[in-house]
Design a binder for this molecule. Structure first.
Ligand code: URA
Length: 271
């Protein structure tokens, strides 16, 4: 026996490349340039990491490296609840994606709301996207009662007084009479419906069309697909950018990454 210990963990550039950051060479250069951190300390060439426990960042944005993390983008139909189970026995979003690894929805869409919903077992990303301090943009198409006048549009844009406080500024356009495109950065319960109702235009139909930079007009209702590495990176980047003013949220990368065990999943599916 030589007595030399086996090196622990995997080489950082290999882990980064597997996470979709770039080729191993590109990742080596990122490390050499001091743009990679492990557990808050600038990484060095040749460093090894434990993907189950170490928190890796590139350009101060967390990179999810834990094994078995899954990210699905579902086009939720109306008539489905976003919780994992429903006391009333209504269909749930988790029934529309593979049962394993277990995932949960990032935020919620109302029973009657349609559109894009992310399901994941990455607790860190879920927390970042759901937390108001991160303010990732969510875009909705809202069909509302009646054409909306200039005054109501201005109110929607500037802020609407709701029971839980005035809404933050939103981007609102009327695509055709009674059809609004609304971009909000908050995630309050039934927010868009309550905003429209408050200005006298109850929602008839609501569809979420974008989360951060993630959209997919080709995804049919009731079907899902796996998010690409660059989409996941984009969501982390968007949430990091919008939380830059919130120091309390820095340096927690990886703490909530829960790598479930699981069989591999297809890339696209319908149930
Ligand atoms: N706003 C709502 O009113 N409902 C949703 O489902 C999402 C945003």
């Amino acid at each position: 026996m030589s007595g030399e210990a086996e090196p622990q963990g995997e080489r950082l550039q290999k882990v980064l490349a597997r996470a979709g950051i770039g080729s191993r060479r590109v990742c080596e250069n990122l490390v050499a340039d001091g743009r990679v951190a492990v557990n808050g300390a600038v990484a060095v060439l040749g460093q090894r990491v434990d993907v189950r426990t170490d928190a890796v960042e590139v350009d101060a944005v967390p990179v999810p490296v834990a094994p078995d993390l899954v990210y699905s983008l579902l086009n939720k139909p109306a008539g489905v609840v976003s919780t994992a189970s429903d006391p009333e026995g209504r269909p749930t979003v988790v029934e529309l994606v593979p049962a394993w690894p277990r995932v949960f929805s990032v935020g919620r869409l109302d029973y009657d709301t349609e559109g894009l919903l992310i399901l994941t077992n990455d607790g860190e990303l879920a927390h970042r996207l759901a937390h108001p301090s991160h303010g990732v943009a969510k875009e909705y198409l809202a069909e509302v009662e009646g054409p909306v006048g200039a005054g109501a549009l201005r109110q929607l844009r500037e802020g609407v007084e709701l029971a839980d406080g005035t809404t933050a500024p939103a981007t609102v356009g009327q695509l055709s009479p009674g059809v609004l495109r609304i971009v909000v950065h908050e995630g309050r319960n039934r927010q868009v419906r309550r905003m429209c109702e408050a200005v006298g235009h109850p929602v008839l139909r609501l569809v979420r069309t974008r989360i951060g930079a993630v959209s997919d007009p080709t995804l049919r209702p009731g079907t899902w697909r796996t998010l690409g590495h660059s989409e996941v990176r984009g969501l982390y980047t968007a949430s990091a950018a919008s939380s830059a003013q919130d120091p309390a949220r820095r340096g927690t990368a990886g703490a909530r990454q829960s790598g479930g065990t699981g069989a591999s999943r297809g890339d696209r599916g319908a149930r």
